[in-house]
Design a protein around this ligand. Structure first.
Ligand code: AHM
Ligand code: MG
Length: 334
């Protein structure tokens, strides 16, 4: 039997792609992989351990935190702290960013933004959830890193990835040279290369959007949904609708099969629901690297200016031609 390359082996092999690399980014990615395995262990036994349900706390956006949200947040932060390559971690679960370096140790070069457990509403019902991470190099050159080091545009990311805890657990990441996917082999406890050089089809037949909010959508989105539902042999319409309610799982499926995921602005979320720093930028980087497209309906996600840690954005992401079509309809009503 051929033995697949492990994530650790792959990361080291790819280190040579970076002229400035001294191994820090590789170590950082490795640390995230280790934390993902620990979180996976807890997610998998969630029904057995006393870890389901509410934690009794809320995050900055006023959303109730689940015990697993809090657990995953602690695991990733602690892995990054021990690793020593990350000077600041910004998490969707924390009000403010956290310094991992000290006044006397300011050598760490990387900033990590993380959504430790995305798709929280699916935790208690055994449906796929995920982790999303994004890595930047710090820009400031003196002293400790500052907020501006975190508020970089998505186009500045040096790496991004997600972990999907589903029927099997996968880690998918990019360092700007394509996208590779690794499946956790529980028998050896290693992520093994299973999906090399992932490419999203240019066209797809899946659209993913919470249609329950239809009445609150902008006209361009309503028009696009109607377009998806009209019969047309040439474009294989009507498309099929699939919405899990876990961004990672919805986008992962569309990455493999072709499709579009939309979370637009709505009447109740006038700036969109999803967070630019923790969710939209990393997923946009991955999908673009796989040959797809990501926009807020009008502009490329990765070019958007970032002014706040917990900034929200609308997102249209997936197969290039599908996102392009949706943008055309958004432009029609603007
Ligand atoms: P979370 O980070 O609190 O889990 O929220 C993000 C999730 C996404 O994974 C998903 O696409 C979206 O929220 C679902 O929201 P809705 O229930 O409004 O459709
Ligand atoms: Mg999230």
């Amino acid at each position: 039997m051929k033995i697949a390359k492990t994530l650790g082996q792959f990361i080291i092999e790819k280190q040579a792609d970076f002229p400035y690399a001294k191994g820090e980014l590789s170590r950082l990615l490795r640390d995230i992989g280790i934390a993902a395995k620990i979180v996976n262990r807890e997610v998998n036994k969630a029904g057995l351990a006393d870890i389901l349900g509410e934690n009794g706390t809320t995050n900055i956006q006023g959303e109730g935190q689940k015990k697993l949200d809090v657990y995953a947040n602690e695991q990733f932060i602690s892995a990054l702290k021990h690793g020593g390559e990350c000077c600041i971690v910004a998490s969707e679960e924390n009000d403010d960013y956290i310094h991992l370096d000290t006044d006397v140790s300011t050598d760490a070069k990387y900033i990590v933004a993380i959504d430790p457990l995305d798709g929280s509403s699916n935790i208690d019902v055994n449906v796929g959830i995920g982790t999303i991470f994004s890595i930047y190099r710090r820009k400031s050159t003196k002293g400790r890193a500052v907020l501006q080091d975190v508020l970089q545009r998505g186009v500045e990311q040096v790496a991004a990835g997600y972990v999907i805890y589903g029927s099997s657990t996968m880690l998918v990441y990019t360092t700007g040279k394509g996208v590779n996917g690794f499946t956790l082999d529980p028998s050896i406890g290693e992520f093994c290369l299973s999906h090399p050089e992932m490419k999203i089809p240019k066209d797809g037949v899946i659209y993913s959007i919470n249609e329950g909010y239809y009445v609150h959508f902008p006209d361009g989105v309503k028009k696009y949904i109607k377009y998806c539902q009209v019969e047309d042999d040439k474009t294989k319409r009507p498309y099929t609708s699939r919405y899990i309610g876990s961004m990672v799982a919805d986008i992962h499926r569309n990455l493999i099969k072709g499709g579009i995921f939309i979370y637009p602005i709505t009447a109740s979320a006038p700036k969109g629901k999803l967070r630019l720093v923790y969710e939209c930028n990393p997923m946009a980087f991955i999908i673009e690297q796989a040959g797809g497209k990501a926009s807020n309906g009008y502009e490329r996600i990765l070019d958007l200016e970032v002014t706040e840690l917990h900034q929200r954005s609308a997102i249209f992401i997936g197969s290039e031609n599908m996102v392009h079509k949706a943008e055309e309809m958004m432009a029609y009503f603007s």
